[in-house]
Design a protein around this ligand. Structure first.
Ligand SMILES: Cc1cc2nc3c(=O)[nH]c(=O)nc-3n(C[C@H](O)[C@H](O)[C@H](O)COP(=O)(O)OP(=O)(O)OC[C@H]3O[C@@H](n4cnc5c(N)ncnc54)[C@H](O)[C@@H]3O)c2cc1C
Length: 422
């Protein structure tokens, strides 16, 4: 690694999401502030816990529990946080152009994530609420409240486009959450999830997909598979079959991609606009590293692209920070070897399903799987925050969850005494 003006080498990390933040923290751990200057850049001053975002969209107190201020995370580290929006990257000049001005680097790590993709479906961008940011969660809450106020006891028709993780988590949580809002009114909803593939969660095994679908159906979610949204008006969606589905609220969780921006001109990209990286998560023949959702990496063991998940971004961040330290000390670098242990998906109330792929193949569902989710959340928070702060955030998250869940439990139990034991 070279140096800027003969001073410490500067590593600039773009994006403080799962990949970027954890890479910066790893660099600090492996190298320390004396060896390198680590600058972390993000538009937002917080780190967003996307796996818990559905709580912010459906509950009232969860906003602060899913947005952790970067100042709290970085306070005891030597990492410099620079708030700003990346406008372009000049790899020849080793410079990032931020809205506040240029920032030079010796080594660059790009982890800017992906954006909602509307696939050019007419009317979708105009009428649907995406679900990717804390603003989207706020927008959803606002729309739910508006509908509640307007229609009192009439059912609210909610359509969710996209049967992946986000769509499945969200659609299940909507009906119970809505029943509690306002002044105790019991408002019915008609919830529909639309998936273009043959089943929900097409990236997971058929058994897991079936369990998730069963649970959603038991909570009156209508599931439409093999259905593509062809166009959207302000009152209905038109499906590929020609059928029209009326909606009051339309959510779009059907896909993310990087197609709308090219941060690294000249670098090869896949059909989703993600950058092909080599075994070192680097652009070939370039000192620029890419990780997380933006990186297109094929697992040499399976021949398949690694999934775009928080878990992958975290694993890549740990790998890359350790490897950049090796490069710094001129030790032989190790190639990246993905280790994928499975998926966890929360599905309505304190219930989750785990699709375990290693060390053994197994499916675990129910409350016990949700406890694993809670434990993983604590472990993650302990990895990015001092222990006391991590504990405090986790408790706040659980408290918000428990308050919402207790209310939700009683509302559902009133209606559904024969509800299955978790
Ligand atoms: C609602 C939802 C639920 C999810 N649930 C799960 C789950 O349960 N489990 C799981 O494993 N994965 C889940 N994911 C996927 C997971 O969030 C992503 O795979 C992961 O966040 C990718 O990490 P990343 O670092 O690549 O990008 P991100 O975490 O998206 O981080 C990108 C960062 O870059 C910043 N940024 C973007 N553009 C700019 C710019 N121009 N200038 C400056 N900063 C910028 C953003 O503010 C953000 O902080 C979920 C995603 C969503 C949206």
């Amino acid at each position: 690694m070279g140096t800027i003006n003969g001073s410490r080498s500067r590593i600039v990390v773009l994006g403080a999401g799962f990949g970027g933040l954890n890479c910066a923290l790893g660099l600090e751990r492996h190298l320390g502030a004396e060896e390198v200057e680590v600058v972390l850049v993000d538009t937002h001053p917080y780190h967003l816990l996307t796996p818990a975002l559905y709580l912010a969209g459906t509950g009232e107190t969860a906003n602060r529990a899913v947005c952790i201020p970067l100042s709290e995370i970085l306070k005891t580290t030597g990492i410099r946080f620079q708030r700003g929006t990346v406008e372009s990257i000049d790899r020849d000049r080793h410079e990032v152009l931020l809205d506040s001005g240029p920032l030079s680097y010796d080594t660059l790590v790009v982890a800017l994530g992906n954006n909602t993709d509307y696939f050019g479906i007419p009317g979708l961008r105009e009428h649907a609420i995406p679900f990717k940011s804390i603003y989207d969660a706020g927008h959803l809450r606002h729309r739910l409240k508006e509908e509640l106020d307007e229609r009192r006891n009439a059912p609210i028709k909610i359509v969710v486009g996209g049967g992946g993780f986000t769509g499945a988590e969200l659609v299940g949580e909507l009906a119970p959450a809505l029943k509690l809002w306002g002044d105790g009114r019991q408002t019915a909803t008609q919830n529909t999830i639309i998936e273009a593939g043959a089943r929900l969660l097409p990236t997971l095994g058929a058994k897991v997909s079936e369990r998730v679908s069963d649970r959603l159906r038991r909570h009156d979610v209508s599931i439409r598979v093999d259905s593509m949204i062809k166009s959207v008006s302000n009152v209905s969606v038109e499906l590929s079959s020609g059928e029209r589905l009326a909606y009051d609220i339309l959510l779009w969780t059907g896909g993310v991609s990087g197609r709308d921006r090219d941060w690294l001109p000249g670098a090869a990209r896949d059909h989703k606009g993600n950058y092909f990286v080599d075994r070192w998560l680097s652009l070939p023949d370039d000192g620029c590293f890419v990780l997380g959702d933006m990186a297109a990496f094929t697992d040499p063991r399976t021949g398949k692209p690694v999934p775009a998940t928080a878990q992958t971004a975290l694993e890549q961040a740990r790998y890359l920070s350790a490897n950049l330290a090796r490069l710094h000390f001129e030790w032989t670098p190790h190639p990246y070897r993905p280790r994928h242990n499975g998926f966890l998906i929360p599905v309505i109330r304190r219930y989750a399903i785990i699709d375990l792929t290693a060390p053994a193949r197994a499916i675990i569902s129910g409350r016990i799987a949700f406890w694993v989710f809670e434990a993983l959340m604590l472990r993650y928070l302990l990895g990015i925050l001092p222990a006391r702060k991590a504990w405090g955030h986790w408790r706040a998250w659980l408290r918000g969850l428990n308050e919402a869940q207790t209310k939700i439990d009683s509302a559902i139990d009133e209606e559904r005494p024969e509800e299955e034991a978790a």
